[in-house]
Design a protein. Sequence first.
Length: 247
Amino acid sequence: MTPALLASRAIAMLRQSGDPRVAAQSRSYFKQHETIVTHGVRSAKVREIERDLFTTVKAEWSTTEALRFCELLLQERSHESKGIGFHLLTRYQESFDKNLVDVVEGWLSTNLCDNWAAVDDLCPRVLTPLVRRFPDQIRRVRGWSGSSNLWLRRASAVTFVPMARRGERLDDAYRVAKSLLGDSEDLIQKAVGWLLREAGKTDMPRLERFLLDNGPRVSRTTVRYAIERFPERKRLALLAATRGNPA
């Protein structure tokens, strides 16, 4: 079973499982400037399809074939096809090569992942395992926060979310968050708030200090996301103390 044959099978299964009502609902979650193509397949069914596909190749494929399969599905463009590609590729994370960072940067910089859902699927499944395996690549991913490409900037934050949630790489998480505080894009403000919220899960005092120290630079959107796990009284106090950026 070649990557091309399995990709064709994946696309056929997605088309067969599509529901126009689900597709319409899915599109409502995206902004006008985000390109979203969808077959209208629910997440549980997408995972089921991926499991069936993987079963046919797990005894014979390596990371090379899985990566080619993923790239073929990225070219197909639908949201569900990207998801299947990322899901299957992450099964080979223990043999990821450092050069995969170059490949992923290319996907992002050429807008093959051109909506928040694709980026948020890619990062924990591919980029987070990559930087865990190759910590010397962390500085590079952090550097994407200065990119002119929206999706690279979002990836620079979302990659650290799974680690921050577990209290890992908090210094890196806060560096990325700080570098993105002045970003005017709503999708970046939300990503930073998400990252901060997860970083605060294991160290709430540090999150509070960060918000107070950077208050005027932190958008209202970011603050609201970041403080979701604080008690109500503390949330109100932080909202008042960080007031200054109405965005």
